[in-house]
Each structure stands twice: as C-alpha cells, then as structure tokens.
Design a protein around this ligand. Structure first.
Ligand code: URA
Length: 444
C-alpha cells in the first residue's frame, strides 16, 4: 500500500518524506515491493525530479537498506575516486595502486561497462584469475594489509540501489540527476571514506556532455558527501576523445601497467596526477599539489606503484606475472593496422563511436548479462591535432575474427575525422569543484 501511495504522490508532483524513503528502500531490498511498482515510482521521480532534501533522504535510505564497509579501525585516511565514465578511461587501474603505494587507503568499489563506456571491473577481470567479487570481510582485510581493494558492489552494500539501478537500466530512467547522484553516493558513502574525488567527464563521449549538467551533478554529490562528513572534490576532465591510446579491456590493462612503470601516454598520466593530487590533499598527507605530484612521480619512478599493483593482483587471485609480461593477458585472434585514408589533420576521434564499435565487436555490454570478450578493441595512436600523411598508421584493430576486423575498420572510419584544420580539443582538466564553488583548474 505504501508504494502505491508514494507513486501517486510523486506522479502528482508531491514530496516523499525521509521516513517513507527509508521504509520503501528497506521493503524493496527485502523483495516486499514488486519491480513494477518501483519502476513506476522511478519514472515519476525521473519526470518530476527530487529536491535536495529528497535526494539526501533517498541516499540515506539506500545506505540504510544494507551494511557498510566498516574501516574505522584503519588508522589511515581512506579516499576513493569515482568517474562518471568514458572511453579509454583506465585511470582507476593506475590511480588506486599509485595512491595506495603512498600510504593512503583506497577501498575502491567500481562498476561494469555501461552503455558505450567501459567498466573497471571488466578491465580487471581480463587479468587471468582476478576476482572482483570480494566479501566485505575480504575487502577489509585487503585494505588493512595492502591499502587497497578493487571490488564490485557486494550484495550487502546499498542493496536497494543495486536493485533500483538495474531496474533503471531497463526502464529508461538512468539519466536523472538526483537518481544518479544518490545512487553513486549511496555506494561511495557505504565504503566508510574520509574523502572522495570525482572525475566528471564532459564532451561528446560523456554521459552528460554539457559542462553545466556535469557541474550540477558534482555540486549535488559534494552536498551529499557533506551531509555525511565526507569531503568531496570534483575535477572536470575531457571526454571529447578517448583517454590514452588503448580502448578495450585487456588492452587498457596493458596500458595501465605501462603507465605505472612510467611508460604511459601523457594525457592519461596528467589526468591521473591531477586526480591523485586531490586524493592526497584530501587525505592530508601532502601540503600542496607540487608535493603530491613529486610523491606520485617518485612512486612511479622507483617502481613502487607497479609493485603495489602486483601485490594487489596477487591478493585478489590474479596472475601477478602480468605486471612483468603483458603476454599473460588474453590476446586477440586477429589484429590489423588502420591507415589514414588521406593526408590532413586529425580533427576529432569520437569516443562514443569507438565505445559502440567495441560493444559491436563483443568487448562491451548491451545488457547487464552479456559476456565480454576482453581481447577486442583499439590502440589509437593518432591524436586530435596531429598532422598525418595518407597511408600512415592511425590505429591498430584487435578482434576475435575477420568480421570483427571489418566492424573495427568501419568504426575507425566513422570515428576518426580528418580535415584541413584541427579542431580545438577540450582542456584535459578544466574545472575544480569543491563545497566552496567552481574554479578554473590550474595545476599548481
Ligand atoms: N553509476 C551508478 O552507480 N549509478 C547511476 O545512477 C549511474 C552511474
């Protein structure tokens, strides 16, 4: 009866009170509210919106529907990073071991590929043996011992969100600002963090391509963090082109390991350093950004960050040999160079087209139950702004078979735009958002 009353009220533009959200989320998590009623309520929320108080109450209710990762006995700062998702966005794989190697605990709960964007869990699972389905106890033990756990949302963490999120995927109610903010923050706040850094993507490959929508999301999540005494800082970063060169699960793991060894592409490294500096500042282990940068460079330079990743991989059941030898990763059956069709400037590399191509080649998901082929994807060496001659290699296609190579060729023909002049790409990191407001990003 409760659900029916709330659907009616929200449908007519009314508000749902904190106690009602709590009762509803708890009943839904226990299976006492049917999916069809929750779907109707979610659509009413999507259409009518939630105000600030309701968004906070929904977040609370989803956290309270399950357990939290109690890390309060760990005497180190606990900081995580969340990205709104992109193509080639493998920052988490570099950042988590890097920051963990500097004495900060990183309990990182990640997701799977969603729409045209990749997912950290799928990338990690391309390492033979790697398990992301840690229990809360295992996650606690890993964080205690190694400063890091790279894990999926457990059944105990925000179970109401878990069910609602998959229902939203099936009912076209994902793209709602308050639902996105409360969903992400319920999981992050259940990790027992002392700080959170958000990577808000903008540009054609982002879920929210427009800057003002991204800033609104950042502001809402910062406020939700403040409600729980968890300081949140957001950086706005570019997703008008893929990040780094590799796009596709195993290929991205290989590039992440190269980056941890100081051999990664400069854009990936810059975004990682920018987000890492915010994590270290939130953790309070450095006084300023130049010191943060120096510490991160040192950890990469001495091999400490790569060694940390190796230990994390081993602890989570993966083959640690992958850090020394990328051939441990599953390899594509077919690969082919993609040449420039003519001379000119690389005007654009469309991330959405690349992401959709990878799904078509079997490397992403159309539905949550799809299996992912870890081997397929692209390594795109041509960057926006580069001048290339006709026939010059722009990318390599990795596919399961010849049909996949054909999809790869078509994808790259559509994604890589050659022109007589280069477009101006978005700045890699453009804005910093804190509880105090929005500022233009300057690295020092
Ligand atoms: N990721 C989440 O966890 N929830 C959303 O609503 C969107 C992205």
């Amino acid at each position: 009866m409760l659900a029916h009353r709330l659907i009616e009220r929200k449908r007519d533009g009314g508000k749902i009170e904190a106690g009602e959200w709590r009762a509803l989320a708890s009943a839904y998590a226990k299976g006492h509210v049917p999916d069809y009623q929750m779907a109707a309520l979610l659509m009413a929320c999507y259409l009518r919106g939630l105000d600030r108080t309701e968004t906070a109450a929904l977040t609370e209710a989803m956290i309270a529907s399950g357990d939290t990762l109690d890390l309060s006995d760990i005497d180190r700062p606990r900081v995580d990073k969340h990205s709104t998702g992109g193509v080639g966005d493998k920052v988490s794989l570099v950042l988590a071991p890097l920051i963990a190697s500097l004495g900060v605990a990183v309990p990182m709960m990640s997701g799977r590929s969603l729409g045209h964007t990749g997912g950290t869990l799928d990338k990690l699972e391309s390492i033979p043996g790697f398990r992301t389905d840690l229990s809360l106890e295992q996650a606690r033990a890993h964080v205690k011992r190694l400063n890091c756990a790279l894990m999926a949302q457990t059944p105990e963490i925000a179970p109401a969100d878990r069910k609602m999120y998959s229902l939203r995927g099936a009912t076209a109610t994902i793209e709602s600002m308050p639902l996105i903010a409360s969903s992400i923050m319920s999981k992050k706040l259940a990790e027992g963090l002392t700080g959170l850094v958000l990577d808000i993507k903008r540009g054609s490959g982002a879920f929210l391509p427009e800057l003002d929508r991204g800033l609104e999301l950042a502001k809402t999540m910062i406020e939700l963090g403040a409600d729980h005494g968890c300081p949140v800082v957001a950086l706005v970063t570019a997703m008008d082109r893929p990040l780094g060169r590799a796009c596709g699960n195993a290929l991205e793991v290989e590039e992440s390991i190269a980056t941890l060894k100081g051999e990664g592409p400069s854009d990936l490294l810059e975004v990682t350093y920018a987000l890492g500096a915010e994590m270290l500042l939130l953790a309070g282990t450095v006084p300023d950004r130049p010191t943060a940068r120096r510490e991160m460079e040192e950890s990469i330079g001495t091999g400490a960050a790569a060694a940390q990743f190796q230990r994390i991989i081993e602890a989570q059941g993966g083959n640690p040999g992958v850090v020394d030898d990328p051939a441990v990763l599953p390899q594509a059956n077919e690969c082919e160079i993609f040449p420039a069709p003519r001379r000119g400037f690389i005007a654009r590399v469309e991330p959405r087209t690349i992401g959709r191509g990878i799904i078509e080649m079997g490397g992403g998901r159309s539905t949550v139950t799809d299996r992912v082929d870890p081997t397929v994807g692209f390594v795109i060496t041509a960057q926006p702004g580069d001048f290339v001659e006709g026939g010059e290699p722009l990318a390599t296609i990795f596919a399961a078979d010849r049909a996949g190579i054909e999809i790869g060729r078509r994808t790259l023909r559509n994604a890589i735009h050659l022109a007589d002049e280069a477009d101006l790409p978005l700045p890699l990191v453009s804005h910093r958002v804190t509880a105090a407001g929005v500022e233009l990003y300057t690295p020092d």
